[in-house]
Design a protein around this ligand. Structure first.
Ligand code: 8X3
Length: 250
């Protein structure tokens, strides 16, 4: 684990869902993994469970916390900007400004803070890979999704801009855009802890994606040869042909 030649992957939002699955998957692929999130107790459990994982407490909305993460790293070869989430499903007419602010702060500005802090290390790696977790909500919109879709669209714009600005540098910029992924917390967070409402999101859907499905795709993207940049992977369950076209069985 202390071998300096072992590539280091930083995963934000690693305490649950896609982030946790990605930390596990990249550790299994031989990376030293820095699992970063606010909930330290969960990270400690993850680190105790998976050799090669180091827990770091991180709040992506707090610049000092992001700076402390950057200062604790001797290298960073892979950065997975995964921390994020949706808050609320109100129409624009009834939107809660606080929810939108949080969505922007975590999804967009959080990714910006972490990217800015770690970019010099990704360049120094000689083969850096930045993975941005967006969503199918990054290129379509849906009723009630105004704030979340806007934040995810913004993340895509930032990702594409970064790829242009880094052209010529040894850093790949990859966007992974999942559709319906059933995780323990995504829908629960969106609905403020209302488990009944959260369960309805996936009701009757045969085979929504799992966090492991997305972790697998991320691992594939980052383990291509250095000259292969996968710009964007859109990943949906077979039962979801488009944002609104979801097959459900009774
Ligand atoms: C999550 C997918 O459809 O809830 O990013 O926006 S969706």
């Amino acid at each position: 684990v202390t071998d300096p030649e072992v590539r280091t992957a930083v995963v934000t939002g690693a305490s649950s869902g896609i982030g946790e699955a990605t930390a596990r998957r990249l550790a299994a692929a031989g990376y030293r993994v820095v699992a970063a999130a606010r909930r330290r107790d969960r990270l400690d459990k993850l680190a105790a469970d998976v050799p090669g994982v180091r827990p770091v407490t991180l709040d992506v909305t707090d610049q000092a916390s992001v700076d402390a993460l950057a200062g604790s790293l001797d290298r960073c070869d892979v950065l997975v900007n995964n921390a994020g989430g949706a808050f609320g499903l109100e129409p624009v007419a009834g939107a809660q400004v606080d929810d939108w602010q949080r969505m922007y702060d975590v999804n967009v500005l959080g990714a910006l803070r972490v990217t800015r802090a770690l970019l010099p290390k990704l360049v120094a790696s000689g083969d850096g890979v930045l993975v941005m977790l967006t969503s199918t909500a990054a290129f379509v919109s849906y009723e009630g999704g105004g704030g979340y879709c806007a934040a995810k669209h913004a993340q895509t714009a930032m990702t594409e801009t970064l790829r242009l600005e880094l052209c010529g540098e040894p850093v790949r910029v990859v966007e992974v855009a999942p559709g319906m992924v059933k995780t323990d917390e995504f829908a629960l967070t969106r609905f403020g802890g209302d488990a009944e409402r959260a369960a309805k999101v996936y009701e009757g859907v045969p085979g929504p994606l799992t966090a492991d499905d997305i972790a697998d795709v991320i691992a594939f993207a980052v383990t291509r040869p250095a000259h292969v940049n996968i710009d964007r992977l859109v990943v949906r369950p077979r039962a979801q042909a488009a944002q609104h076209k979801v097959h459900r069985v009774a």
